[in-house]
Ligand binder design. Sequence first.
Ligand SMILES: NC(=O)c1ccc[n+]([C@@H]2O[C@H](COP(=O)([O-])OP(=O)(O)OC[C@H]3O[C@@H](n4cnc5c(N)ncnc54)[C@H](O)[C@@H]3O)[C@@H](O)[C@H]2O)c1
Ligand SMILES: [Zn+2]
Length: 341
Amino acid sequence: MKLTMRLGPRSYDIILKRGCLKNLYQFTDTTRRRVFVLTDSGVPAQYAQAVLAQCPKGTVYTVPQGEGSKSLKVYGQVLAAMLAAGLTRRDLLVAVGGGVVGDLGGFCAATYMRGIDFINCPTTVLAQVDSSIGGKTAIDLGPTKNIVGAFWQPKLVLADPDTLATLPPRQVANGLAEALKTGLIGDAQLFALFECPDPTQNLEQIIYRSLRFKKKIVEADEREQGQRACLNFGHTIGHGIEAVRGVSARRKTGLYHGECVALGMLPMIEDKALAKRTRAICRALGLPTRLPGDRRRVLAQMQHDKKGRGDTVTVIRVPGLGCWRADTIPTAELGTLLGLA
Ligand SMILES: NC(=O)c1ccc[n+]([C@@H]2O[C@H](COP(=O)([O-])OP(=O)(O)OC[C@H]3O[C@@H](n4cnc5c(N)ncnc54)[C@H](O)[C@@H]3O)[C@@H](O)[C@H]2O)c1
Ligand SMILES: [Zn+2]
C-alpha cells in the first residue's frame, strides 16, 4: 500500500508493505551518496543491516535504547559521528527504529549542515501508525518532552510490517494506543477494528487507516496552527504521567508513551458509553486504565510543562466517536482533568 503526503515541494511517499525495508534502493539513491543509518541498541541489528547492505557508502550508528537517547548529549554524539563519517549536505540519514530513533534522527537531519535528506524506516507499531510521518522531530530537556525540535519532513517513509514480528507484545499494545487515539478522534471504522476479538489480527489495516487519517490532518495543517492539535488528544495528561511515571534513562521500569496516552485519553471522552467501550478495549490490549496514585505530582508536571506558554492551555476532548473539540482552559484548572479539585 502506498500513500502520498502532499505538501507541495515537501511531498513524499509512505510505503506500507511487507519486506519493503530490503527494497529501499528502489525508492532512493542509496549507492552514490553517503548514508548514515541511525538505530538503537534495542532494535534487532538485522534491520539496520538490511539497509546497510544496500548502501556501499553506508555507516551504522547505534545509540542506547530508550527515551534517554532523545537528549542533548546523545544528539551531540550523533552529530559528531555524522561529521566523522564525512556526511555532506547532499547525503542522507536513515532512521531504523521506533519513535525515539525517528524523533532523534529527524532532528539530527534537520539541523546537520542546516538540513539534509531524511528517510524514516519505523520498526515499532507506534512509529508505523503515528510518529514516522508528519515531520515533527524533537529531543527532550530533562523531564520536559519534545521541547527542542524542528519541523522536518522525511523524503520517504518505509513501514515494513515484517519488522514488527520481533516486537514484544507490550510494545505492540503501546503503539496501538496511538491508533486507538486516531480512531476516537476521526475514524469510527478504525475504532471498530479494536472491538474485534483480536485487534492484532488487523494490524496492517490499523496501520493503514491510522496513517491515512494523520496524512489528511498534516496536509491540512502541517505546522499545527489549527486542526493538527487533534493529534494531541490524550497527550496533555499523558505527557504529565510520562514525566512522573514513564520509563527514562533514570527510571528503568515505568509506563511507555502509548500507555500514558491511553490514560490521558480516558478522562477526555465525554460520552460515557464510549468511555466505557474504550476502557474495555484498553483492558483487552493490556493497556493501563487507572490513573497513577500520585496525581498531584502529575498535575505539578503538567503545570510546569505549560509554564511560559501562557495562562491558558488547549486540550482536546472527544464528545462522541470520530469527532473532537479543542477547549482552551486556564492552566489553573488543569487539576480538574485529573479529578483533583
Ligand atoms: N514525532 C511524532 O510525531 C511522535 C508521535 C508519537 C510519539 N512520538 C515519540 O515516539 C517515542 C516513542 O516511540 P516508540 O514507542 O516507538 O519507542 P522506542 O523507539 O523507544 O521503541 C520501543 C522499544 O522497542 C525497541 N524496538 C524497536 N523496534 C523493534 C523491533 N522491531 N523489534 C524489537 N524491538 C524493537 C526499541 O529499541 C525500544 O527499546 C516517544 O519519544 C514519543 O515522544 C513522536
Ligand atoms: Zn504520542
